[in-house]
Write a protein of this length. Structure first.
Length: 363
């Protein structure tokens, strides 16, 4: 081949998109017909999810209100809003009626507004909300035929194949079960997580730092318990060293959340099918640590709560105590930091440098 021919081929090759090249898609309410621009986040993510290249894809979302239920299944996607106060992604699915959204027919994960089931995903500058009207259902008296029994409504689901997920400068808003960590690792920084019942939960590994964790109001008293709400419900398996780490963050409350009414966490043992039956998983010994966190006066002095699970006879009579879980706190301050002795172990996972070394290994 002549030198001129070789030069021509080189120029043609340089003009072709590289499989590893970065790509940016735009989402705008007023998109018109601009190429690479979409009026819906889901439409842009459909293109991103179908892309078979290895390069990163950024979906930039303009200010606006986007009522959608969306999923990220491609690695190396960045979903970037225009700030949590300006870009809102919301939907109102609830566990009672959301089973058809999930591959196995499970209502709670099926209710998620945003599902991430990929690696090396970033979400920044966006409000992700499940705006199911939980308060209206909560106000209905027990026995009212209109009251649903499964009001879990997830804002963000970190699904089973998710790993190395970053959430930053974002708001995750819901009531019961706001953030479901059901995958591997996610790092949440400079963000807001709001809810009322077990609103940070699951068996995944979460590192939450420099963030606000805001408890929202309940409207129905919880029988046979001193608590109105519970911040977290980890179900970390025993062979996993890190569950939920809350570091250098603030535990706050909405107006009307009473003093001394909220527990930091309770141990969730998910009902699991085994060869000898279906019952609470004995290996789901949840791990959670609060390290150097401000706690407002809504945190109850007991700090931790028990949780019932499914017994072998199918009844909800197995009782799991916080003293038998991997729960720990250190460096707490503020009016809610005062605590009474309920026999919790004094040692636990609290060395943040060591935690980060383990958490970010091969990230």
């Amino acid at each position: 081949m002549t030198r001129t021919g070789m030069l021509t081929l080189a120029l043609l090759a340089s003009a072709l998109p590289s499989a590893a090249a970065a790509r940016t898609l735009q989402v705008r309410p007023d998109c018109a017909a601009a190429r690479g621009c979409f009026r819906a986040i889901g439409a842009a993510l459909a293109v991103a999810n179908a892309d078979r290249g290895s390069g990163p894809i950024t979906v930039r979302v303009a200010p606006g209100d986007y009522r959608e239920k969306v999923t990220i299944v491609r690695d190396r996607v960045r979903l970037v809003g225009s700030g949590a106060a300006r870009t809102r992604l919301h939907f109102d699915a609830v566990a009672q009626t959301a089973k058809h959204y999930h591959r196995d027919g499970w209502g709670t994960p099926g209710s998620a507004t945003l599902t991430i089931n990929a690696r090396h995903v970033t979400v920044a500058g966006i409000r992700v909300e499940n705006d199911y009207d939980y308060p209206a259902n909560d106000r209905l008296p027990d026995g009212d035929p209109a009251k649903i029994g499964n009001p879990q409504a997830v804002a963000l689901l970190l699904d089973v194949d998710s790993d190395a997920v970053r959430i930053t400068r974002s708001d995750l808003i819901g009531y019961q079960d706001t953030l479901f960590a059901n995958g591997k690792r996610a790092h949440i920084t400079d963000s807001l997580i709001a809810g009322n019942v077990d609103f940070i939960f699951g068996n995944g590994s979460l590192l939450i730092e420099r963030s606000e964790i805001r408890t929202r109001r309940r409207f129905t008293p919880v029988p046979e318990t001193p608590f109105e709400s519970f911040v977290a419900a980890p179900s970390t398996l025993l062979d996993q060293p890190i569950g939920i780490i809350v570091y250098h963050s603030r535990l706050t409350r909405e107006a009307a959340v009473p003093d001394a009414s909220v527990a930091l966490a309770r141990p969730w043992h998910p009902t699991t099918r085994f060869p000898d039956g279906r019952y609470a998983n004995p290996r789901a010994v949840g791990q959670i640590s609060f390290i150097d966190c401000f706690m407002d006066a809504h945190i109850a002095p007991q700090h931790w709560a028990k949780m019932n699970g499914t017994a072998r006879d199918g009844s909800m009579t197995d009782v799991f105590r916080p003293q038998d879980a991997r729960f720990h706190e250190t460096g707490s301050y503020g009016p809610g930091a005062r605590r009474v002795d309920i026999g919790m172990p004094t040692a636990g996972l609290d060395a943040i440098r060591s935690i980060k070394r383990t958490f970010f290994h091969r990230w």
